[in-house]
Design a protein around this ligand. Structure first.
Ligand SMILES: *[C@@H]1O[C@H](CO)[C@@H](O)[C@H](O)[C@H]1NC(C)=O
Length: 359
């Protein structure tokens, strides 16, 4: 099912080009000789033209601003949350407001170390210094201190917090309870909190399956949803047991034009999910984002060479930046393995905190 559809994808089409190119060359070079044997170099122009135009769109040679997507391969792991299929996937990607813009290589030539240095610098260097912050578990803003490194921080500048007369909305996506302090902080601030976990047995209202019908909670109240994030378009057929939706669909179902505070530990699905947010413009509607990024393997439905994957990740981060999000805090996690390679200057995961300057 998935493989059959994959043949229609542009990136897979690109992979098919070399055999076609060989075929074209064989026809161009050898076929004319079979009938009359009189073909000359000059008469092979059509074949040569095909070869040139093919070469210019090879994935490895893409330049600034092209729309090449990183080749997609089967995930190494399959999560039940993503098992459902969607036949309209390509349509939704093409109809979206924008495609992810692939950034140029860090250097002239693809280089693992140059790509890694670039992305590590990007995710470890805050782009904005906040004079007031909210720390994990805290409800009162304070001045940032270097004394005790925090896993995340919310930038609490007055003008970046929800206005007193607007209901504050917070979403949290976590499967391991790592969001406990986040939930404490946003509940304490009086936000309406929505907690998402595909394995949750405590969905609002005791409903099974899709659980977005939860009541519109009051400030400080947490609604549990048995739901997870999807990066592909909404399923138009059968809603039966699906527990994943795009963030845009979840926000629409809950009637939230914006999310003020969003926490996400998506266990390596974050790269494709972020891409979906960028392409649908959802990332512009997130005011504060705390998310864990995983570097130990490419992530769900991300493929290509190690250099291509690093470049893709960097492009996704640049896409978030273009949505208005600025990094305000970075916390290195455990492990020193990136794309299964042992590295000295990077960690296997980072928890990143952003604030959106558009608001
Ligand atoms: C934030 O403050 C630090 C320390 O003063 C400084 O080195 C850094 O350049 C500042 N960053 C930004 C984005 O202003």
């Amino acid at each position: 099912m998935r493989r059959a559809r994959a043949l229609l994808r542009p990136e897979v089409t690109l992979l098919l080009i070399p055999p076609l190119l060989l075929l074209a060359l064989q026809l161009g070079v050898f076929a004319p000789r079979l009938p009359g044997g009189g073909a000359t170099a000059g008469e092979k122009e059509p074949g040569a033209a095909v070869a040139l135009s093919v070469m210019s769109i090879e994935p490895g040679r893409s330049s600034r601003g092209d729309r090449t997507r990183v080749p997609v391969e089967e995930s190494e792991e399959v999560t039940r949350a993503y098992e459902d299929e969607n036949e309209n996937e390509m349509h939704s990607l093409q109809d979206g407001p924008r495609m992810l813009e692939l950034q140029p290589w860090a250097q002239d030539e693809p280089s693992f170390s140059a790509e890694l240095s670039r992305i590590v610098l990007h995710i470890t260097k805050p782009q904005l210094n906040c004079s007031r912050v909210l720390s994990p578990g805290q409800v009162q803003a304070s001045h940032p201190t270097a004394a005790s490194p925090q896993p995340w921080l919310l930038c609490a500048e007055e003008w970046l917090l929800p206005a007193a007369d607007t209901p504050c909305i917070a979403y949290s996506f976590s499967m391991d309870g790592g969001d406990a302090d986040f939930l404490k902080t946003v509940s304490g601030m009086g936000c309406q909190v929505h907690s998402f976990d595909p394995s949750s047995t405590a969905a609002s209202g005791g409903r099974r399956g899709n659980s977005l019908a939860g009541r519109h909670g009051d400030g400080g109240v947490t609604s549990q949803h048995r739901m997870w994030l999807e990066w592909r378009a909404a399923r138009r057929r059968g809603h039966k047991a699906s527990v994943s939706r795009t963030l845009a669909d979840i926000m629409a179902a809950l009637g939230h034009p914006v999310v003020h505070f969003l926490y996400a530990d998506l266990l390596s699905a974050e790269w494709r999910v972020f891409q979906n947010w960028i392409e649908l413009g959802t990332s512009q509607r997130i005011h504060h984002l705390v998310a864990k990024v995983h570097l130990q393997w490419a992530g769900f439905e991300v493929g290509g060479s190690d250099e291509q994957v690093l470049r893709y990740w960097f492009s996704v981060l640049q896409g978030l930046r273009a949505s208005g999000l600025r990094l305000v805090h970075s916390s290195a996690g455990e492990g020193q393995s990136v794309l299964k390679r042992s590295v000295r200057n990077a960690r296997s995961c980072y928890t990143l905190s952003w604030v959106n300057m558009r608001h």
